[in-house]
Write a protein that binds this ligand. Structure first.
Ligand code: SAJ
Length: 429
């Protein structure tokens, strides 16, 4: 199938790079976002999110005239839906499909025979068939026979999106063979990785399995760290040694699991079969309780939290990204403040980010000034490179807590710090 025009709905971490990449590969792309602010920022030649290389790519796409930004979709050969699928507000841990539904509805008046519609948003099994198809069929056209409908979940790693978008293998799920082939023709415009076609429910399941598998593996690393704290082992050394085994690859413990993907997607599998997923649910609980575990470590190191002056370094959900969604670092800063500590936060990728009860600092110096303890919550490169001597000069206390295993212990100790590292217990501490 030949594509000239494409409409990408949702200009976030996935939609914007995808729209821009198609545009720089010669398609005429209408990038749609319902958020007026996002549209204005992009039209002014700026970018509202941080991802390495994205700004240059978006500007090239807009300058070429191939990418235009709008609040409303238009007719096109293909539509790509890349909107968020968060967890609902209630406590039932169910997917909130309202953005997918709204985006699908906005396509209906523009849908023409022969069009291709692709859902990229990570979704619970059967969403494409049971939710998206019936909405699109309100156009009077039938999915499969009159228009193509496919599901291809994005798999790119934040921080590496531009490279992975092109290089990663893609799984395209069909509702009929022709739809999958149309999807393959579209992504073959820029994807250099393999494009794998599969049957109806598999692709949704594959995506959820990938992120669930990662979540479970991080959960077990976090449990190993807790055991190490208790029995006096250095988890970082233990993992390094265990990973010398040819079939072992233990992930890194940390302050918890955040982001819009790994911390959410496992619940979509649980939603599909709650009685069959005890391990998945326990992994979620372990990772969700890791912030409270870290707060407890801080409290033990300080002998209480009330009134203590704490510099919380980093708020994003992982290193070198600006994404604050579901971030365990934010949860830790929030609980510390709730427990009565005077918390000053510093997030270099978003210095204005506000945590309830805490004070945002706009520079590292501001965050550290007069602090009794520095808590490393995100292993941003700039924090890894900190000179402990300089840090100590800015603080009033000399306690440091590393929840990412990122700081050089010898250097911090030599600078006179009492350094506590997550997962390092007993005599190793
Ligand atoms: N984390 C750890 N220890 C680790 C690895 C990660 O504590 O060893 C934490 C991170 O700090 C972060 C969270 O887990 O809070 C998730 O980070 P991540 O780097 O594992 O994954 P994401 O959410 O940035 O991207 C994931 C990727 N999925 C997999 O690797 C299976 C990516 O390929 C997906 O495209 C993305 O989810 C998505 O959009 O679904």
């Amino acid at each position: 199938m030949d594509f000239q025009t494409l409409c990408v709905l949702g200009l976030g971490y996935i939609g914007l790079p995808t729209a821009s990449t198609f545009a720089t590969h010669g398609l005429r792309v209408i990038g749609v976002d319902v958020d007026r602010h996002v549209v204005d920022v992009l039209r002014n030649g700026e970018v509202h999110i941080y991802e390495p290389g994205l700004r240059t790519l978006v500007q090239a796409a807009i300058r070429s005239g191939n990418l235009v930004v709008s609040e409303l979709p238009e007719t096109a050969d293909a539509f790509v839906i890349a909107v968020p699928t968060p967890l609902g507000e209630d406590d039932g841990k169910q997917a909130d499909l309202s953005y997918v539904i709204a985006a699908s509805e906005s396509v209906v008046p523009h849908l023409r025979p022969g069009n291709l519609v692709v859902l990229e948003s990570t979704s619970p099994p059967r969403t494409t068939l049971d939710v998206v198809a019936p909405i699109l069929e309100r156009s009077g056209l039938q999915a499969g026979s009159d228009f193509h409908l496919a599901y291809t979940p994005e798999r790119v790693l934040p921080g590496q999106i531009l490279r992975e978008l092109i290089e990663n293998a893609r799984v395209i799920r069909w509702i009929d063979r022709a739809s999958a082939e149309a999807g393959r023709d579209l992504y073959a415009i820029f994807v250099r990785g393999e494009i794998l076609l599969t049957d109806a429910t598999t692709a949704e399941m594959v995506k959820l399995m990938e992120n669930t598998y990662r979540d479970i593996n991080i959960a077990v690393a976090n449990e190993f760290a807790r055991v190490s704290d208790r029995i006096g082992v250095d988890i970082w050394e233990a993992i390094e040694l265990a990973n010398r085994h040819p079939r072992i690859d233990i992930l890194r413990p940390g302050p918890g699991v955040g982001g819009h993907c790994v911390s959410i997607d496992p619940w979509f599998l649980v939603q599909a079969a709650p009685d069959l997923t005890p391990i998945i649910q326990q992994a979620r609980r372990t990772n969700d309780s890791q912030p409270a575990y870290v707060v407890n470590l801080v409290s033990q190191a300080l002998g209480g939290l009330s009134g203590r002056r704490i510099a919380a370094l980093g708020l994003s959900y992982k290193s070198d990204v600006d994404d604050l969604r579901e971030s365990p670092a934010i949860e830790i800063a929030r609980i510390l403040a709730f427990e009565g500590a005077e918390v000053r936060t510093y997030e270099p990728f978003d210095p204005e980010a506000v945590v309830p009860g805490a004070d945002p600092a706009t520079s590292l110096e501001m965050a550290l000034k007069g602090a009794e303890v520095a808590v490393l919550l995100v292993d941003h490169q700039t924090f890894k490179e900190l000179d402990p001597q300089q840090v100590k000069g800015m603080m009033s206390g000399h306690v440091a807590i590393d929840t990412r295993g990122a700081w050089d212990r010898a250097a911090w100790s030599a600078a006179g710090f009492e350094l506590h590292v997550l997962g390092v217990g007993g005599e190793n501490a």
